[in-house]
Structures are given as structure tokens and as C-alpha cells.
Write a protein that binds this ligand. Structure first.
Ligand code: AMP
Length: 193
């Protein structure tokens, strides 16, 4: 099963992705985590992306597309994946469509986690206190939210056309959200079985 999660920062995508990974045995591929790992290792790539990530801008499309192409080519992604944080722009979405077409695969389902901006802000501020991520400062949080609306939200229409989009009301308890996610995934699994 090839699953894609869309939604603003703080909408619980990462938490739900981890549950999907555990229950369905498909790897959680989170581009934010991949970039933070590269930054931690201090490689050339890490040095290049650090100022971009820390200021809440978007890393260039070509770089992200290469990163994802390599990752999807790894053996653990052969049986499916849950993609979180990519695509974030239309060129990235087009590139993903192309990559999947090449290996004769499609997205089984796209979830859109819906959450009001104020609730996102509140959750991100709380996470800033807990995790101390360098891109969770108030100014950077605002930039990331507006980039979500400008660059990423248009992807919802892109996937609606493809006909596999499911909206999820994300301002609820983790278990409640996951129950709905599971129901949708089980339907997909039954259809493709
Ligand atoms: P996240 O953990 O998903 O919030 O990502 C943290 C940061 O990594 C973002 O604010 C961006 O700077 C960068 N990033 C992650 N995924 C992408 C992507 N698909 N395209 C561009 N930048 C990305």
C-alpha cells in the first residue's frame, strides 16, 4: 500500500504515520526527519540544507526529488510506504507521479489532515517547548504555516482530481483519528486484495 499524508505542521501526520508503519508494516518516510539526520551528520548536503530548514524555507525541489527517488528505491519500500512531508510543491508532486509511473505503482490513498491555523500554532508552540527544534521559533512557525498554504495546500486539488483523497478532521484524540485512518486503509486493502 502506498500512502501519502498531507497536512500542516502540527496536524499529527508524524504520529499517525508511525502508527500506520507499526500496524501495516510499511516504512514511514519523513523528509523532515531525513533532512535533520543529514544535518546532524554534518555532511556537505547537511551544511547546505541547514540554513534553509532552520529558517523554515523549502529545500529546492531538485534536491528533495533526488532524495526521495533514492529512498523509494530502497528494498524496504518495495511493499509500500507512508510518505510524510513530501511532496510539498506541485513540481514535487509531478515528479512523484512520474517516479511511481516508472515503477508501475500509484498512490493507494492520500489523506489530508485538516486543522485550523490557530490549533496548528498552539500545537507547534507546545512542541517547541518539549523538543526544542530549531525551526519551532514563533517567526519560523509562521513562515512554515504560510508556505503550507501557498505551496502545499494546492496539492489537495491535484490529488482530488486523481480521486483517492480522504479528508480527516485532525483536531481530535490520536486514537480517534487513527481509527478513521485505519477504516480507510482497510477499505483500500480490501479493494486491492
Ligand atoms: P518537517 O519535519 O516535515 O516539518 O520538515 C522540516 C523542514 O524540512 C521544512 O520546514 C523544510 O525546510 C524541510 N523540508 C522537509 N520536507 C521538504 C520538502 N518536501 N520540500 C522542501 N523542504 C522540505
Amino acid at each position: 500500500m502506498n500512502v501519502l499524508l498531507l497536512g500542516p505542521q502540527g496536524s499529527g501526520k508524524g504520529t499517525q504515520a508511525k502508527r500506520i508503519e507499526a500496524d501495516y508494516g510499511i516504512p514511514h518516510i519523513a523528509t523532515g526527519d531525513m533532512l535533520r539526520a543529514v544535518m546532524e551528520h554534518g555532511t556537505e548536503l547537511g551544511k547546505r540544507v541547514r540554513p534553509i530548514v532552520e529558517s523554515g524555507q523549502l529545500v529546492p525541489d531538485e534536491l528533495m526529488i533526488d532524495l526521495i527517488r533514492d529512498r523509494l528505491g530502497e528494498v524496504d519500500a518495495e511493499g509500500g510506504f507512508v510518505l510524510d512531508g513530501f511532496p510539498r510543491t506541485l513540481p514535487q508532486a509531478d515528479a512523484l507521479d512520474g517516479m511511481l509511473a516508472e515503477i508501475v505503482r500509484t498512490l493507494s490513498i492520500v489523506f489530508e489532515f485538516q486543522l485550523a491555523d490557530d490549533v496548528c500554532r498552539e500545537r507547534m508552540h507546545r512542541r517547541a517547548e518539549l523538543e526544542g527544534r530549531t525551526d519551532d521559533t514563533p517567526e519560523v512557525i509562521e513562515r512554515r504555516l504560510s508556505l503550507y498554504h501557498e505551496q502545499t495546500e494546492p496539492l489537495v486539488a491535484h490529488y482530488r482530481v486523481a480521486g483517492n483523497l480522504v479528508g480527516i478532521h485532525a483536531d481530535r484524540a490520536v486514537d480517534e483519528v487513527f481509527a478513521e485512518v485505519q477504516e480507510a486503509l482497510d477499505q483500500v486493502a480490501a479493494r486491492t486484495a
